[in-house]
Design a protein around this ligand. Structure first.
Ligand code: FAD
Length: 438
């Protein structure tokens, strides 16, 4: 009996599970009908025992985008995630241009724009509450929906998607990869393995890859429903959480993603409690205070780690194994936007893995770390400069004040968000001098 036929036999019991999940998740689950959900994420026991072209661990944006591009090229792809989809992921839910470009490339741009919430203005507040408005194009969408749509796209293109936690990786003498799942005694074999487990780097550390013991930052968020009307992305640089920021991102229908993030080094140094920092923000920042005063509902605060500025595992590839997304620390310092960058590395890895498999020469995989070094890392370094400048409250006040007075600077800042301008065009002596004349 093939996997699909066995899957169909299991439909009634799975449907009951999912029905329970559906009834507790309300509107978030609307977009995925129960029948669809049952068909596309199979229990691990149902996939055939064979050698896959590529096994991808982690179905966040990085892993699923890699699966989309590899499945589109007719490779046999197995995508594994430890969580049952649709699943929540602690995030600010903001998508900027890099993410939208990747979603366009995956054939999902139109649907994301239709279903997400469009916001066209971002307002940043300096530590002394100097306010700067930047025009841009932002989409917010809960990760529960976004990640499901991408993984689902991979399945539609032919990838198999299973639920299971990978707890062991080994590279065999013939240079193939073997993955074992916790709890069930099954191994999965592949020519190439892609690791996309997000800020969690334990899997690769276990086989000797290096990673800083501490993540770069920690962040918390909750969803607040409030009668306050606010249709712009709000960012507040607060003295107490620098280098980091607090945010209010509108999700549509009076719902807001509210949170704050801080460098974990700073949090450890000041024995800072993130929950307390969040409470200070919603008490002291006027817009947040008003939002909370007029709230009708709020979800519990949830936190997660971030790895930015390439503070993830190293090396980025070894033999038939490649690591992508936040596992290698792709999130950009300064903006903390990581979804787009995670997907960019997923795309890049897929392109290189396809070329290697197609030519039968897996040595070509070495191009992946080389391209990261030459394309993504230099960009990351420029964003790190911006992060350092803004981390100093007095400099932050000064810079935002200059930007408020100079239309040219605001355009540059907007270009930094869309990555059409290098942050050094503003965050440099020359950049600052220019604000006095333009
Ligand atoms: C509070 C907060 C706010 C943020 N806000 C934004 C924002 O507004 N915009 C933005 O662009 N970025 C934001 N980020 C960053 C963004 O969430 C990440 O950069 C992004 O999720 C990285 O994608 P990824 O695919 O690399 O990893 P993830 O999205 O973390 O996906 C990893 C997946 O791997 C699975 N997994 C892990 N270990 C295993 C295992 N052993 N076996 C099987 N599966 C496994 C997990 O279940 C998960 O589904 C925020 C982060 C935080 C914490």
């Amino acid at each position: 009996m093939d996997a699909l036929a066995r899957g169909r036999q299991l439909l009634p019991s799975l449907a009951n599970d999912l029905m329970r999940e559906h009834s507790t998740n309300g509107t978030d689950a609307q977009m995925i009908s129960l029948e669809e959900k049952v068909k596309w994420q199979l229990p691990a026991s149902l996939v055939p025992d064979k050698k896959w072209d590529v096994v991808i661990i982690g179905a966040g944006p990085a892993g699923s985008i890699a699966a989309v591009h590899l499945a589109a090229k007719n490779h046999q792809v197995l995508l594994i995630d430890k969580q049952r989809f649709p699943r929540d992921k602690v995030c600010g839910d903001g998508l900027i241009q890099d993410a939208l470009r990747c979603l366009d490339n995956a054939g999902l741009g139109e649907r994301i724009r239709e279903r997400g919430h469009l916001v066209q203005i971002a307002t940043a507040f300096s530590p002394s509450r100097i306010e700067v408005e930047v025009v841009g194009l932002f989409i917010t969408m809960k990760r529960r929906m976004l990640d499901t749509m991408i993984a689902r796209r991979a399945v539609d293109l032919g990838a198999d998607f299973i639920c299971g936690e990978v707890d062991k990786i080994s590279v065999k003498k013939d240079q193939s990869v073997c993955f074992s799942l916790r709890d069930i005694h099954r191994n999965f074999h592949a020519h190439v393995g892609i690791i996309a487990t997000g800020a969690n780097v334990r899997l690769l550390q276990r086989i000797g890859w290096q990673a800083p013991s501490r993540p770069s930052a920690v962040a918390v968020r909750c969803y607040v429903t409030s009668s306050l009307e606010l249709d712009r992305m709000v960012i507040s640089y607060d003295k107490s959480i620098a280098p980091g920021y607090a945010w209010i991102f509108p999700m549509g229908k009076h719902e807001y993603n509210v949170g704050c993030g801080i460098s974990s080094r700073r949090a450890a140094k000041k024995s800072m409690h993130l929950k307390r920092a969040f409470e200070d923000f919603v008490r002291e920042f006027p817009l947040a205070r008003e939002l909370m005063r007029r709230r009708t509902a709020a979800t519990p605060l949830k936190g997660y780690a971030l790895r930015y500025g390439f503070e993830g595992v190293y090396p980025y590839a070894r033999g038939p194994l490649l690591a992508i997304g936040e596992t290698i620390g792709t999130t950009l310092p300064f903006t903390y936007e990581g979804i787009g960058k995670a997907m960019e590395t997923g795309q890049l890895a897929a392109e290189i893995v396809h070329a290697a498999l197609d030519s039968g020469n897996l040595r070509k995989l070495v191009e992946y770390p080389q391209r990261l070094e030459s394309e993504l890392k230099p960009r990351c370094r420029s964003y790190r400069i911006a992060q350092r400048w803004l981390a100093v409250p007095k400099i932050n006040d000064f810079l935002l004040n200059r930007a408020r007075k100079s239309k040219h600077s605001r355009e540059i800042l907007s270009g930094i968000l869309t990555e059409t301008n290098d942050p050094r065009e503003f965050f440099s002596l020359k950049g600052i001098i220019r604000t006095f004349f333009k």
